[in-house]
Design a binder for this molecule. Structure first.
Ligand code: SAM
Length: 282
């Protein structure tokens, strides 16, 4: 990673640069975004696909670099996003398919990739209102689960996903891929267990924790009286006692069959659509 990039991102503002070499320093910088430390230091991440890039720009996300395949040159939508990127002071790279494959680590890469500035919402700025639902995840580890949960939270109309404790990075390529674009539409918040517990004491929410030992059927809770936070446990160990104890309700999704538990993302989806059933219309 070059010092210039670390400080301010790519500097050749307003140019379209042709790149075919994997040894190009900008390509190396972009590839380094597969590393969490680099994403954090640069405050950037990668998203693949023209639709995603268009949606992100429309939602006001700041693009640092747009990369597109030579074969996409001249396509009207690609030209439009390239012009927008330049207008926003970003860099546009036209690259060979070999370079795109290498950047995205895929044999059949998307034609367009965007490097965006990451964005976090502060927990202290979250003041839940009636009709709002948040998902809080305790130490979520699996990038695919997190991406699926962000996508589902977006689809169910949730107002944000709170990452409690040491969680997998929502801006990793795998998670961003699994969100299918919802990463750009869903506020993400991170908090330690203590920060989360002290926030929720004053947030005026119904904190509904899910637990395999929950005594309450999740379908019997009234989710309409207050804003709701749905608290989900870690994939391996479930919710620790201090978090479970803080809940106003400890609920279970009844199961039959051999399975001990549901997959975390599936359980979150079941909870979200029940908690928002009265608010969702066809
Ligand atoms: N071995 C873990 C345990 O004992 O809790 C299983 C964790 S499960 C894979 C991940 C999370 O999904 C749980 O902590 C809980 O939040 C949620 N979950 C999965 N199945 C559930 C169910 N039937 N009822 C309530 N929550 C469930």
């Amino acid at each position: 990673m070059t010092e210039d990039y670390r400080r301010e991102g790519p500097r050749r503002v307003g140019q379209v640069k042709e790149v075919t070499s994997l040894a190009n320093p900008i390509v190396k910088d972009i590839k380094a975004l597969s590393d969490k430390k680099t994403r954090e230091e640069t405050g950037t991440f990668m998203a693949e696909g023209l639709k995603l890039v268009i949606d992100a720009l429309e939602l006001g996300w700041k693009i640092r670099t747009l990369v597109y395949a030579k074969a996409a040159k001249g396509k009207p939508l690609v030209e439009q996003v390239a012009a927008k990127t330049v207008a926003n002071g970003g860099l546009v790279l036209e690259v060979s398919e070999k370079v795109l494959s290498s950047i995205t680590r895929r044999d059949n890469p998307q034609m367009v990739v965007g490097i965006f500035e990451s964005r976090w919402t502060r927990l202290s700025d979250i003041r839940p209102e009636n009709g709002q639902t948040f998902v809080a995840l305790d130490r979520v580890r699996d990038p695919g689960n997190l991406g699926t949960i962000i996508r589902t939270a977006d689809a169910a109309g949730a107002s944000g996903v709170i990452l409690v404790g040491e969680c997998t990075d929502p801006f990793s390529l795998e998670t961003v891929r699994a969100t299918m674009g919802s990463i750009f539409a869903t506020p993400l918040i991170r908090a330690s267990v203590d920060e989360f517990l002290s926030w929720q004491k004053h947030a005026g929410t119904e904190l509904v924790a899910t637990h395999l030992a929950g005594a309450v059927d999740y379908r019997t809770v009234d989710y309409s009286k207050k804003p709701v936070v749905i608290l989900m446990g870690n994939e391996q160990s479930g919710l620790p006692e201090n978090l479970a104890k803080s809940a106003t309700r400890l609920v279970r999704i009844p199961q039959q069959g051999l399975a001990d538990s549901l997959n975390l993302a599936v359980a979150t989806a079941v909870m979200l659509f029940e908690a928002r059933r009265h608010l969702l219309k066809i």
